[in-house]
Write a protein that binds this ligand. Structure first.
Ligand code: GFB
Length: 316
C-alpha cells in the first residue's frame, strides 16, 4: 500500500472506520475514498457497484457494520444478521470484480464458541455452539470470513480477516440501550456524578470477563496487517489481558471520580462468561498494542467530556 494508493474505508464514520482514517492520514496516505450513507448505500448492490466503478479502489478496509451491545444484539436479530450480510457481500464481491488489490475484513471475537478454551485461538472457529445473545451478528461475521476465504481460494483475491476483541475509544456510541459496556458505564458514572446520585447500576452479575482494545491500537494493527499479512487464516487482534465487568466498573468509577456504590442487575444478560483472545499469531507477525486499559479509559473519558454535545448519546 503506497501513500498515493486509492484506499476505500467503508464505514468511515463509525468507531473503527474513523480511527482507521485518522491513522491513515497521520501516516501520510493521501488518497482516501470516503462516502457517507447518502453518497453510497452499502446495503445496495447497485450503489456499491457504482462507487467501485467510478473510484476503482485499490485497497479496501471493510469496517462498516451494524453493531451494538448485548441488548441491541439480542433485541434486533434480523437487523444484525441481514444488514451485516448485505454489507459484506456487496463490498467483498465488488472489490474482487473491480480488481481491488487487497481487502481487509473486520470481524469480532464473538465468532468463537461460547465455551471455547481460553484464551481463544484462531483455530477454535466453528468448533462449538455460539453465545445466544449475539449469534446473529456472529453468524454474519463468520459469513464475512468465509467470503474472504472463498474468494481467495476460488479467485485468488487477496482478502484477509481480523478478529478484534471488544473495542472502545473516541467516537463510540454512548446510548445506554444500544451501546457496549465501556461507553455505557462511562456515561452512567458521569451522569451519576454530575447529578449527585449515590448508586450506579451495572447490568448482569459483574463476573463475566472481557478484553478491551483501544480503537487507535486497532487502527494501527489494521494498517500493519494490510501491509504485512496476506493469508486465508484469520488473525486475532487484542491485548491478551482481560478484566471482570466489576473490575472495569470500579476502574471507570475511579477515573470519573464517583464516590457512590455499584449495584448489579442480574435481570440483564451476562452474555458469554469469558472471551479472551490468544494473540500469539499477531505478536509473532510483529505487532503489539501500546495503550493500556487505564490510560485508554482516561483518554476516552476526556474525549467524552469534550464532546458530550456531539457524542452519540442516542441511537441513530
Ligand atoms: O459490551 P457488551 O454489551 O457486549 O456487554 P458483549 C459486556 C458485559 O458487560 C455483559 C455487562 O456481561 C453485560 O451484561 N454490562 C454491565 C453492560 N453493565 C452494562 C451496561 O450498562 N451496558 C452494556 N451494554 N453492558 C458484544 C456483542 O457482546 O460484544 C457484540 O453483543 C460484539 O456482538 C461485541 O461482538 C464485541 O461483550 O457481551
Amino acid at each position: 500500500m503506497e501513500r498515493t494508493s486509492r484506499i476505500f474505508v467503508a464505514g468511515h464514520r463509525g468507531l473503527v472506520g474513523s480511527a482507521i482514517v485518522r491513522k491513515l492520514q497521520q501516516q501520510g496516505y493521501k488518497n482516501l475514498i470516503l462516502r457517507s450513507r447518502s453518497e453510497c448505500d452499502l446495503y445496495s448492490r447497485d450503489s456499491v457497484e457504482a462507487l467501485f466503478k467510478a473510484e476503482q479502489p485499490e485497497y479496501v478496509f471493510l469496517a462498516a457494520a451494524k453493531v451494538g451491545g448485548i441488548l441491541a444484539n439480542a433485541t434486533y436479530p434480523a437487523d444484525f444478521l441481514r444488514d451485516n450480510l448485505l454489507i459484506e457481500l456487496n463490498v467483498i464481491d465488488a472489490a474482487w470484480r473491480h480488481g481491488s488489490k487487497k481487502l481487509e475484513f473486520l470481524g469480532s471475537s464473538c465468532i468463537y464458541p461460547k465455551f471455547a478454551p481460553q484464551p481463544m485461538k484462531e483455530e477454535h472457529l466453528l468448533t462449538g455452539a455460539l453465545e445466544p445473545t449475539n449469534e446473529w451478528y456472529a453468524i454474519a461475521k463468520i459469513a464475512g470470513i468465509k467470503l474472504c476465504q472463498a474468494y481467495r481460494a476460488q479467485y485468488g483475491f487477496d482478502a484477509i480477516s481480523l478478529m478484534p476483541t471488544n473495542l472502545y475509544g473516541p467516537g463510540d456510541n454512548f446510548d445506554l440501550k444500544s451501546s457496549h459496556v465501556m461507553p455505557a458505564l462511562i456515561r452512567k458514572f458521569h451522569d451519576a456524578q454530575s447529578e449527585g446520585h449515590s448508586e450506579v447500576s451495572v447490568w448482569g452479575t459483574g463476573t463475566p470477563k472481557r478484553e478491551f482494545l483501544h480503537v487507535d491500537d486497532l487502527a494501527s494493527a489494521a494498517i500493519f496487517l494490510m501491509q504485512h499479512y496476506s493469508d486465508a487464516g484469520i488473525v486475532n487482534v487484542g491485548t491478551g489481558v482481560d478484566v471482570t465487568v466489576s473490575e472495569l466498573a470500579n476502574l471507570i468509577g475511579r477515573v470519573v471520580g464517583f464516590k457512590g456504590r455499584l449495584t448489579f442487575d442480574p435481570s440483564k444478560p451476562d452474555g458469554t462468561p469469558r472471551k479472551l483472545l490468544d494473540v500469539t499469531r499477531l505478536h509473532s507477525l510483529g505487532w503489539k498494542h501500546f495503550i493500556d486499559l487505564e490510560q485508554g479509559v482516561r483518554s476516552t473519558y476526556e474525549w467524552f467530556l469534550q464532546n458530550a454535545e456531539s457524542a452519540r448519546l442516542v441511537t441513530v
